[in-house]
Each structure stands twice: as structure tokens, then as C-alpha cells.
Design a protein around this ligand. Structure first.
Ligand SMILES: C[S@@+](CC[C@H](N)C(=O)[O-])C[C@H]1O[C@@H](n2cnc3c(N)ncnc32)[C@H](O)[C@@H]1O
Length: 454
């Protein structure tokens, strides 16, 4: 009697991080005895201690192994993203038949790329240069909008160079690399600019390239229109900004006018205080920034503009405030922010190492926040804390005098504006703001109270 082989479960594991792994995929993995997959996919499940088999270059060899092993064991073949999208699925189906496999879907890298940019993908012309070389680009000839999956041999810069040689009509390109992974990077430029760039993300194979014509950047406001009406309508108490964003799109200095931001009841620092706070952070392009207590999102928007293609990881515990942050990200067309709704520091678990920590609100948990979030700061990383009450100031002052901080700097900002009183103009004082900053000495720190020892 011939023993019946187990069906093979083909599992889409998403872009490669826990947060984008579907619960149904996790269940399928837990039910399997042997996991077969690429290095990153297998690494996701190392802690389960299951038997693993790496998919290397020898595909025929691995298909032989699967055929053999499935006679006695339950196998899960782990594929990145969704199995139906440029993956090994056709080879598995050809070899084992439709009845020999069952497929669990996953979130594909293209879905995540388009979500990051806030654009639709139903009209994208899609291709991949995997195993087909640059000839694969013939598939997108004549398309208005396209997406290309790149590989180490043909990274985004090489694809753009080739397209330019072919006289491509695409004008703008977004490069999205290592999405959902700790090194995630997003870059934007003309094809000429991307073609001439070196290093990550331009020469990184694990990237998606989104190619567009002359239309405005994804999320960018067509000059002359603001969506604040639409955004404001969805948020209770939000005020629609009246000022047109168009005039500020190319502005690089921080301290954008307060009136540009969609505002509600959540606190928002005034533009002058925001500008000085961001200057004290000494931000650079490409940095990873944590923002604790995002409030209305005005720091979030400005920090994201300054560090792009770096990323701002923002946390906000008040749902109404988080909605304002989202509204402002949408209004300013900011793609490089990861907003987490929750309580810091717990909500910051799993975030990648950071270069800077901005603390606008700590809910009395400053020491813990510096423990967990600060515990992920890279050597030389800066922390900037603002305080408007004496209690917050003295707590922050105390904490920064202890532990691994150096180069402490504290200023009190006192601001007065000209205001009209009757026929006269007078100086009208604002509440003072304390801005405390410091630099982390040494390496990634072990601060007392760091719950995960990071
Ligand atoms: C063989 S294809 C697999 C696609 C996968 N089935 C999916 O649905 O995303 C591998 C390519 O997908 C893209 N890719 C996969 N994971 C990615 C990620 N985390 N960030 C950016 N691109 C990714 C890259 O273009 C990579 O070279």
C-alpha cells in the first residue's frame, strides 16, 4: 500500500517582520513539523525550534527534498510576501499539483510599498527583474505608472540607468527598501538622480521601485489645493488650516507656520519653539528618530521632512491626537512616519535602533521611557525633551544629570509677540518652554529600568 503524502502548506510570511505576519500564517507554521524557506523567512521562526531547511540556489534539489519529506512529515514552505506574487508557487504547483498544496496568503511587498506612499496599486503595471534581467522591463513599456521588484544584480539605480538609456518617459521614482524590516529606507527622486546614487537603498536588491510620470508626488498636494476640509471633517474638533501649503512645499527650514497644521484639542508647540527644539536635535538625513507623545503631529511632520529618507517612529496614546497626527501626515504628504497608537514605553517595543529621541510628552513616565526607548539609541544619539510645567522640567533635569548622558544643554525659551490692544501694539508674552537636550555617551546603553535590557 502506498502511503498518502501530507499536503504541503505554502505560507506567505509577508515582508519579513512579525507585525506583518498574518495570524493564519503563524498558525500554519505552528502546525508544521518542518519549515522550508529562505534565510529571512526561516529566521522569523527560529524561536520555535522546528526543523528547518534552507532554500538555496539548487531549486531542483529542494523540490526533491520536499517530495521525499512530505511522505512522513507536515511541511510548510515559507515564501516572502504573498505566494501568488513573483514566487516559487508555480514551480511547487507544477511539481505537486493543485491537490498537493494549500496556500496561505501574505502581505506582499508591493502592498506595503503602496501603503507607505498612500497610493493605489490597481493601475500599476508590475514587473520583476528577478532571474529575467533587465529584459523584464519590457513588460512596463508604455505604462503610465509602474512597479519593479529589483534584485541584487539589478538594483534600483541600475534599473533607472537602463530605463533612461531606453528613453523612458517615467520622470519620478520612489525606492522602498527592506520594508517592514529594521533597516527600512524610502527615497525619492528623478530617474536621473536615482540612477546616479550609490549605497543603500539605491544599490540594494530587496527593493521596490515605483515609477511615475509627471503627476505630483504620492501624497503631495497639487499646488493650490489643500485637503484640510476633507481631513478636518473626519476629526472631531479639528480646525481646517486656511493657509495654502503650496507656498511651503520646498521650504527646508523648520518652524512651519502653526496655521498650516490641522489642529484639535491636542497640544501643539508653537512654531518658534518647534524650530528650536528640532535644531537642538541636530537631525540629519537618513536618521531614525523616535518621537514620544506626538500630540498634533507638528514635530512629526517637520522631523520627517528633515530626516527623509530616514524614518520617524512616533507614539501617541490619545486616539483623538493620533487622528490629528494622521491628518497632518496626509495633509503634508509625509510617507516616512510609523505612527503607533499606544502608551510609551511599552508601545515602542520592537522599534529599530534610533539616532535621536524627541520627547514632547511622557505622562509622568520619563524615567521608564528613557530606559526603554533611550536604551535603543545609537552611540552619540541625542535626546531632546521639552517641558512647560515646573514638575516636568525638574524631573527631566534630574534624569539627564544621571546615567549615561553627556553634553547636557538646557534653555528656557521666552517668547513675546506683537499684539494689538485697541489702537496700540504691545508685546504679549507666551508661556516659557524649557528645552533640555543631551547626548548618549558610549555605545547602545543599558539604562537602569530598561525592561527588555536593550
Ligand atoms: C522573489 S520576489 C518575492 C515577492 C513576494 N512574493 C511578495 O509578495 O512581496 C522578491 C522581491 O520582492 C521585493 N521585496 C520582498 N520583500 C521586500 C521588502 N521587505 N522590502 C522591499 N522589497 C521587498 C524585492 O523586490 C525582492 O527582490
Amino acid at each position: 500500500m502506498v502511503a498518502l503524502a501530507y499536503p504541503i502548506t505554502v505560507v506567505g510570511v509577508g515582508p519579513g517582520s512579525e507585525e506583518y505576519l498574518l495570524p493564519v500564517a503563524r498558525e500554519a507554521v505552528l502546525a508544521a513539523e518542518v519549515l522550508v524557506g529562505g534565510r529571512n523567512a526561516l529566521a522569523l521562526f527560529d524561536s520555535l525550534g522546528k526543523e528547518q531547511r534552507l532554500i538555496g540556489r539548487d531549486l531542483d534539489g529542494i523540490l526533491e527534498y520536499i517530495d521525499d519529506a512530505r511522505q512522513a512529515k507536515r511541511l510548510a514552505v515559507l515564501l516572502s510576501g504573498d505566494p501568488g506574487f513573483y514566487s516559487l508557487l508555480p514551480r511547487l504547483r507544477q511539481r505537486f499539483g493543485a491537490g498537493g498544496i494549500s496556500v496561505v496568503p501574505g502581505i506582499s511587498s508591493l502592498q506595503l510599498a503602496c501603503a507607505r506612499l498612500g497610493i493605489k496599486w490597481d493601475d500599476l503595471s508590475i514587473t520583476s527583474v528577478h532571474g529575467r534581467g533587465l529584459d523584464g522591463l519590457a513588460d512596463i513599456a508604455g505604462a503610465e505608472r509602474a512597479a519593479v521588484l529589483t534584485e541584487p544584480k539589478y538594483p534600483p539605480a541600475a534599473v533607472c540607468r537602463y530605463l533612461l538609456e531606453q528613453g523612458s518617459w517615467f520622470r519620478q521614482a520612489w525606492v522602498l527598501t527592506d520594508l517592514g524590516l529594521p533597516g527600512e529606507a524610502i527615497a525619492y527622486g528623478s530617474l536621473e538622480v536615482i540612477a546616479g546614487q550609490q549605497g543603500v537603498p539605491f544599490e540594494r536588491g530587496n527593493s521596490i521601485l515605483i515609477l511615475l510620470g509627471d503627476e505630483p508626488e504620492p501624497g503631495q498636494l497639487p499646488v493650490g489645493k489643500t485637503p484640510s476640509g476633507t481631513v478636518g471633517n473626519t476629526i472631531e474638533g479639528a480646525v481646517s488650516a486656511s493657509e495654502d501649503l503650496g507656498a511651503y512645499l520646498g521650504v527646508v527650514t523648520p518652524g512651519l507656520p502653526d496655521k498650516l497644521f490641522v489642529q484639535g484639542t491636542a497640544a501643539m508647540s508653537q512654531e518658534e519653539a518647534r524650530a528650536l527644539t528640532l535644531c537642538k536635535a541636530r537631525l540629519k538625513r537618513g536618521m531614525v528618530v523616535y518621537e514620544i507623545g506626538a500630540g498634533t503631529g507638528s514635530w512629526t511632520v517637520e522631523a520627517a521632512r528633515l530626516v527623509a529618507p530616514g524614518t520617524v517612529w512616533a507614539v501617541e496614546k490619545n486616539p483623538a491626537a493620533a487622528a490629528l497626527v494622521r491628518a497632518n501626515l496626509l495633509k503634508f504628504g509625509i510617507p516616512n512616519v510609523r505612527l503607533v497608537e499606544g502608551d510609551a514605553p511599552d508601545a515602542c517595543r520592537g522599534w529599530p535602533p534610533a539616532d535621536c529621541l524627541l520627547i514632547g510628552g511622557s505622562g509622568g513616565r520619563l524615567r521608564e521611557i528613557l530606559g526603554l526607548a533611550g536604551g535603543r539609541l545609537r552611540p552619540g544619539g541625542r535626546v531632546v525633551i521639552t517641558a512647560v510645567t515646573p514638575d516636568t522640567f525638574s524631573g527631566a533635569w534630574q534624569v539627564l544629570q544621571e546615567g549615561p548622558w553627556e553634553d547636557q544643554d538646557t534653555v528656557m525659551m521666552s517668547l513675546a509677540r506683537v499684539a494689538s490692544r485697541g489702537n496700540a501694539q504691545i508685546w504679549s508674552g507666551e508661556n516659557p518652554v524649557f528645552i533640555l537636550s543631551a547626548r548618549l555617551s558610549g555605545g547602545i546603553c543599558e539604562i537602569e529600568g530598561s525592561p527588555d535590557g536593550a
